[in-house]
Design a binder for this molecule. Structure first.
Ligand code: TYD
Ligand code: MG
Length: 450
């Protein structure tokens, strides 16, 4: 007879161990191993393909590509992050902190989608009344949407098989439990078991499956590695419940590019799309202050204007502080060294704080030059011109390197009324683009041009 086997899986890295131990040998985390019951080996299971059908060999060219149109969510910001809408038969994981607005967003999306196709919203956390109350308060069209309050995986699957929804939302995956697994809801084995079963159903029935996942204290999705290979697309709703703006970012996407950014505003009437995010991140005061520079970052397929601020102040400690918020700390230290060596600015006895306004995270290297300008401006206590925009990567030998999509960045800046730009030489426009562009190739030249 087939025997049930158990394994011990690390919550953090997902590696399997034969016996329980206090520390995961692979990632070094403590107390993260949880018991997972592996199902009995079923005879013939190995012959089954992922979608449950018995597989045959096919040449790539002979694969029939069914033209399954993507399902537009009705929200452009969301569709862009998804790579152009939901793909039928795909599993999407929507992560975020509690209070980020995941339930609100999905309720709004589903109420729109339900007008044209059958949609099922499974709520495991809120009661039906709470969901209905919110829908009424937000003035959503509630007639067509099917609600189901349940946390048992088997019951949800039975309903889904019966009703055949085109879009199935499960809010959230952490509260589901399966009778097949013995551990508590929210544990790795339950989350994995439930996500795998739901995903299998989605693939077989061409359903769009959207699972809500909570984020742990340290910002990771509970059991992220456990789910990562199961799902097709993982998007995160970022931004604390204290800020008005929420950004939606793709982390994995089998059907489109990641690093796309969608911006929403949480208002009294639910989530509203922000079509022109440059305008909100660029809320500048009337008086131009020293240490503030506007740069154009490239987020996925579109430019975004953000303001970078720096404060350089004499340090009271032997070890001056270097603090970067929204930018990378190591990059700041490196750029300060470049500034000293190639720009001739000695900041060894100064505290340096830099910040990206609006809580945006800037990860690209195109922010280097703007960051250095903000520091120089604050150090000299001299405000920069109000209509100046800057971007470019700074190399270790003080050279200014080009960044992708230079023309589009300049056009975005011009659209928002900027008339001067300092950019890398290779990004200089050929013709006249309606603004004064200073092309520089070294840091010394760039500081000269300020
Ligand atoms: P919710 O969607 O419940 O968050 P999640 O499911 O990600 O935990 O969002 C709840 C937050 O959003 C809550 O703090 C209140 C706020 N909110 C508004 O400000 N306006 C609204 O219209 C709604 C519905 C929620
Ligand atoms: Mg919720």
């Amino acid at each position: 007879m087939a025997r049930n086997k158990t394994a011990y899986v690390c919550n953090d890295c997902g590696s399997e161990h034969g016996k329980w131990q206090g520390q995961c040998q692979d990632c070094g985390a403590w107390n993260t191993l949880a018991e997972v019951r592996l199902g009995p080996a079923v005879a013939g299971a190995a012959r089954k393909g992922y979608a449950g059908a018995v597989g045959e060999l096919q040449s790539l060219a002979s694969v029939r590509v069914e033209d399954l149109p993507r399902i537009a969510s009705g929200y452009e910001e969301l569709d862009r992050v998804l790579g152009g809408g939901f793909v039928p038969g795909s599993a999407v994981l929507l992560g975020g902190h509690p209070g980020a607005g995941k339930s609100t967003l999905l309720l709004q999306v589903l109420c729109r989608l339900a007008a044209a196709r059958s949609c099922l919203y499974v709520t495991g956390e809120e009661s039906l009344q709470q969901v209905a109350l919110r829908a009424r308060r937000l003035g959503l069209a509630a007639d067509e949407l099917q609600l189901y309050s349940e946390t048992s995986l088997e019951a949800i699957l039975a309903q889904a098989v019966q009703h055949r929804p085109a879009v199935l939302v499960v809010d959230s995956i952490q509260v589901l439990h399966s009778e097949q697994a013995s551990s508590a809801p929210g544990s790795v084995s339950q989350v994995r078991e439930c996500a795998a079963a739901l995903t299998r159903f989605a693939k077989q029935s061409n359903t769009v499956l959207i699972m809500v996942g909570h984020v742990t204290k340290d910002g990771a999705l509970a059991g992220p590695k456990v789910l990562e290979h199961i799902i097709d697309c993982s998007i995160m709703f970022e931004g604390g419940s204290d800020s008005r703006y929420r950004t939606l970012r793709g982390h994995k996407n089998r059907f489109g590019a990641v690093n796309e950014l969608g911006v929403f505003a949480m208002t009294g009437e639910g989530l509203k799309e922000v079509r022109n995010p440059s305008a909100i991140f660029l809320n500048r005061s009337e008086v131009q202050a020293a240490g503030s520079v506007v740069m154009v970052v490239w987020e996925g397929t579109r430019p975004l204007l953000v303001e970078i601020q720096a404060l350089v102040d004499e340090s009271n400690y032997g070890n001056p502080r270097r603090v970067a918020v929204g930018l990378e700390q190591n990059r700041l230290a490196m750029l300060l060294a470049v500034l000293h060596r190639h720009g001739g600015l000695q900041l060894g006895d100064q505290d340096v704080f830099v910040n990206v306004v609006g809580g945006v995270k800037v990860l690209e290297t195109g922010a280097d030059l703007a960051l250095l300008f903000a520091i120089v401006s604050s150090f000299r206590d001299r405000p920069l011109a109000e209509d100046l925009v800057v971007f470019g990567e700074v190399g270790l030998s003080g050279e200014i390197r080009p960044v992708p999509s230079g023309q589009e960045r300049l056009q975005e800046a011009r659209k928002h009324g900027f008339s001067r730009a300092i950019v890398p030489k290779a990004n200089a426009p050929r013709g006249d683009i309606g603004m004064e562009v200073v092309a520089v190739s070294t840091l010394a030249e760039a500081i000269e041009a300020l």
